[in-house]
Design a protein around this ligand. Sequence first.
Ligand code: GDP
Ligand code: MG
Length: 163
Amino acid sequence: PLPIVAVVGRPNVGKSTFVNRIAQADEAIVHEMRGVTRDRSYHEADWNGVDFKLIDTGGIEMGDDDAFQGSIRNQALAGANEADVILFIVDGKTGVNADDEAVARILRKTSKPVFLVVNKLDTPNRTDEMWEFYQLGLGDPWPVSAMHGHGTGDLLDEVVEEL
Ligand code: GDP
Ligand code: MG
């Protein structure tokens, strides 16, 4: 079976944009399950000749706020269980919020490699927005722009080293 890279994080941080940039253009969604805690799409990808599956933990079914936060945490947990490597995407424009902290608490406990990916850093000198993410306790943040592609190659070089 192909190694699995799970992309987790709260809604709107750019998970799907990131996955769509990395996944093969002709990929098909292999499998999708909808529900509060299981709603993800699987995409085939390769980088530097390493084939892997990317899981986009997308489109959460929203309930009340508690269910919503719970579902983000569950996705992070499921990702951690299922994946070989976890990409935790956060939003460099909005900064750290309580949902990010909830996910970080779970991911700090996993033994799997976790990459903290600060997205939406679209312009050069984007490191200013990066520092506050150190408080999540997941090591050095990786600055990227999923929309424009900045930083994604350097990140993937390191990710496939872990597969
Ligand atoms: P998801 O909910 O985490 O899957 O997030 P989406 O991929 O759907 O993106 C949410 C919004 O953020 C969309 O409007 C995207 O166009 C935007 N977005 C995603 N990546 C970037 C980025 O690198 N830079 C900017 N400026 N916007 C982005
Ligand atoms: Mg999405």
